[in-house]
Design a protein around this ligand. Structure first.
Ligand code: ADE
Length: 230
């Protein structure tokens, strides 16, 4: 089975590339796709570049061109839920687009006609993550992740996203990847390690903790591959 593993930034996939057997690198649509194997799995690995457009493009290519049958995202996020601290892991039960707004026409935030506010992740993959967390005695929070094309470093904006979407964490790619996978009927999973608290220190914390938190997320994702059936 072909499994797609993606991140948004190079720091998010480098720890994964270091653990797999690289076979070929293919350049397509201004991005690099790494074909690799890990134990029995055939993998396609890429980082999309930051944001919803780039991540939707990369996810679409992984599914359509590289025929991925599952997609796993690994990366970092800003914490909204106060239980989450730097380095902690969260998996998304569902994701939404916090910056999608046609409320001028009476629609709820995050909604456009013929779509939905939240896209749900694979319960099978989430259960595998919970099993791995139990085995390794790692604290893993399950929650709602809000995605938007904004780096949030503002407590008021963070509070608005929490109140409006009941979100636990915030990032810039998960929902767009999720809506692509949902449209193609492909199971997907979003794992994030906290790099900052989306408040006024967020930029500083992000720079300081990006690499270590990205590594935490990648290490966990690699462990999950042992529990995904061929
Ligand atoms: N990814 C990591 N931290 C973030 C933040 N504060 N806002 C948006 N995306 C993020």
């Amino acid at each position: 089975m072909n499994i797609a593993i993606m991140g948004a930034m190079v720091e998010e996939i480098t720890p994964i590339l270091e653990r797999v057997t690289l076979k070929e690198t293919i350049e397509y649509a201004k991005n690099k796709y790494y074909l690799a194997s890990y134990k029995q799995h055939n993998l396609v690995i890429a980082y999309s570049k930051i944001g919803k457009v780039h991540s939707a493009l990369t996810a679409s290519i992984m599914l359509e061109k590289f025929k991925a049958e599952k997609l796993l995202f690994s990366g970092v996020a800003g914490a909204i839920n106060e239980q989450l601290h730097i380095g902690d892991l969260i998996i998304a039960t569902k994701l939404c687009q916090h910056d999608l707004d046609i409320s001028a026409f009476g629609h709820p935030y995050g909604y456009v006609p013929e779509s939905k506010i939240y896209v749900e992740t694979s319960s099978t993959l989430n259960n595998i993550a919970k099993k791995v967390a139990d085995k390794l005695n790692i604290n893993l929070l399950e929650g709602i992740i809000a995605t938007g094309d904004q780096f949030i470093n503002d407590t008021q904006k963070k509070q608005w996203i929490k109140d409006t979407f009941n979100a636990d964490a915030i990032e810039m790619e998960g929902a767009s990847v999720g809506f692509v996978c949902d449209a193609f009927g492909v199971e997907f999973f979003v794992l994030r390690a906290i790099s900052d608290s989306a408040d006024m220190d967020a930029g500083f914390d992000f720079d300081k903790f990006l690499e270590t938190s990205a590594q935490n997320s990648a290490d966990f994702l690699i462990k999950m591959l042992d529990y995904i059936d061929e």
